[in-house]
Design a protein around this ligand. Structure first.
Ligand SMILES: [Zn+2]
Ligand SMILES: [Zn+2]
Length: 556
């Protein structure tokens, strides 16, 4: 039983609780799932003492029996057809309930029929956009393998390796290691006895289907429909093979060419037969600088590595704080005190509390009175005098006319103002003008989740990204790299485009809605590195004083 399996059962329980309307308890389960999922060691009774007692006992039960009573009881209570609909990719529990109760949709087939007959879009409470989302969900549902967000791929891989690396040399490779935002499979390179490995794997993972297999390769599809590939290689060539199976196709081909010129042979699987203790030694033997896995794409990094001029990319230890966090003042579930306590384990200097502004009713946007109360609490906690220092922030709605939902008489009290668009306009022009107007207002520091894409739910809004990034650059507004796993909408391609348009500063935030979500920063480093983000480009690496000066640059 991997941590991933445990996290999945907890997330299932969360969903069932939401279907029963128990939001608060559901949030506790979600919080625990994201905490367990990212642990560096296998969950056991000693390792989970920090979780609420009720969830500790569930996990104990899961470890002993593979399931927990809390989940089984809920499954008996909630109709199977409703559960089926709620489990569709990208589906929100409240929408599943609406479909089930208001339209009496009783099965996936029913739902398909309702979508294709136009019944969904005709209903006022659903509309065309929701119909489009359902179409996307259904396509995703019918795919014969599960497409994963980077967060899922990364955490699952991690939870598998922590069990297998006791008996085998195993490392993550492929697109997950390179930090691609969406991945179709998880690749591993393994040194060790293949048959013994298969046996161990079988004990750890529920295998649904065995795919291609040959002497040095095994592919399986697990019970979640996730494809896992294992490449078996001899110990002496492990790191050379790891480089080969990590790089994009073009990258590995180009590296092989360099190797051939240097006189190295190539195995029948394709990797260079170069011995080495780690990847760095292999690169040295090729006359190259060590290249971080996230940028091994076959672009300019090969030439730069050959001339020893790769820039130094950002590292986890460079991050001094998280700049997008929600508390229970809006739609988050933890108190500001709880957030501070959790963040203090992360060696942060600062964190920003950025609850939704008043007009976003669906996310319990905070009123002026509540904001004042929030400031009071932040001031009080900051009196402790320890780190991380809490910054007073807000995620302000960009209204339809491009104005901002910010109480102007409180404006000076904010350390950071994030502008965000949650309800899109139909046209490219309107969205672009709205965002541009917000940027040019001089009132905001950051544009949150700039394209609005949500994986498996909706595409990016129509938007002229060129104009947005140019405006941001002119007004010293950062574009946010949002780490919520199904957002990561500022892809490496867009970061590079923004940089070409002169944008010098970016920011990063987990968009945490509970303390478990604060853990998203760990995999987020991959996204930053993949976008070639350097320390000086990311305001989260600034010292607090420097950050305050940068943020205070707003017009007052
Ligand atoms: Zn938002
Ligand atoms: Zn947010």
């Amino acid at each position: 039983m991997t941590n991933w399996d445990i996290a999945n059962i907890l997330l299932q329980t969360k969903l069932l609780l939401l279907l029963r309307g128990e939001k608060e308890l559901a949030a506790k389960y979600e919080n625990a799932a994201y905490t367990i999922g990212i642990l560096d060691y296998p969950a056991n009774d000693k390792g989970i003492a920090f979780l609420p007692e009720i969830i500790q006992s569930d996990i104990q039960e899961i470890l002993n029996t593979g399931n927990c009573e809390a989940k089984e009881t809920l499954e008996k209570e909630i109709p199977k057809s409703l559960r089926g609909i709620a489990n569709l990719p990208g589906m929100r529990a409240e929408n599943a309930i609406k479909l089930y109760e208001k339209l009496q949709i009783d099965s996936i087939n029913d739902l398909k029929r309702a979508v294709s007959s136009g019944e969904i879009k005709e209903k006022k409470e659903f509309g065309t956009r929701f119909e489009e989302q359902l179409r996307r969900s259904l396509i995703e549902y019918e795919r014969d393998f599960k497409e994963l967000t980077l967060f899922e791929g990364y955490t699952y891989a991690k939870s598998i390796m922590m069990f297998l690396n006791k008996d085998f040399t195993i490392k993550l490779a492929g697109s997950v290691r390179r930090g691609k935002e969406l991945v179709n499979n998880i690749d591993f390179v393994v040194a060790g006895d293949k048959e013994k490995f298969k046996k161990t794997l079988n004990e750890l993972i529920s295998i649904r289907k065995t795919g291609k297999e040959n002497q040095n390769f095994v592919s399986i599809k697990d019970k979640y429909n996730i494809i896992l590939n294992f490449y078996f290689v001899p110990h002496e060539y492990f790191y050379s093979a790891l480089i080969y199976f990590t790089g994009s196709k073009i990258y590995s081909k180009m590296l092989n060419e360099i190797g051939k010129v240097k006189g190295f042979n190539i195995s029948k699987e394709g990797y260079l037969l170069i011995e080495g203790q780690d990847e760095k030694q292999i690169f040295e033997k090729l006359g190259m600088q060590y290249t971080p896995p996230e940028i091994r794409e076959g672009e300019e990094e090969i030439d730069l590595a050959l001339s020893n001029s790769l820039p130094e990319l950002i590292d986890e230890k460079d991050i001094k704080g998280d700049l997008h966090i929600h508390s229970n003042f809006s739609d988050g579930t933890n108190s500001i005190r709880e957030i501070k306590n959790e963040a203090s384990f992360k060696n942060y200097t600062f964190i920003a509390i950025t609850d939704h502004s008043q007009s976003l009713k669906i996310a319990r946007g905070v009123s002026k009175e509540k904001l004042l109360k929030e400031f009071e609490i932040i001031d009080k906690i900051n009196m402790d005098g320890d780190e991380p220092v809490l910054l007073k922030g807000i995620e302000a709605e960009i209204n339809m006319d491009g104005t901002l939902d910010v109480e102007m008489d409180l404006e000076k009290k904010f350390d950071i103002i994030i502008g965000a668009l949650h309800a899109f306009s139909q046209t490219n022009y309107e969205n672009t003008e709205r965002v541009k107007k917000a940027i040019e207002s001089g009132l905001i520091n950051v544009i949150a989740h700039p394209t609005g894409r949500i994986i498996h739910v909706r595409e990016a809004m129509p938007l002229n990204f060129d104009e947005i990034s140019k405006a941001a650059s002119k007004n010293r507004v950062t574009l946010e790299i949002n780490l919520f796993p199904n957002r990561i909408d500022l892809s490496s391609g867009l970061v590079k485009e923004a940089r070409r348009n002169g944008l010098k500063y970016f920011s990063i935030g987990t968009d945490a809605h509970n303390t478990g979500h604060l853990n998203f920063m760990e995999y987020g480093i991959k996204i930053l590195r993949r976008s070639w983000v350097k320390r000086e480009e990311l305001i989260n690496t600034f010292e607090l004083k420097e950050l305050r000066e940068f943020l205070w640059n707003r017009k007052h």
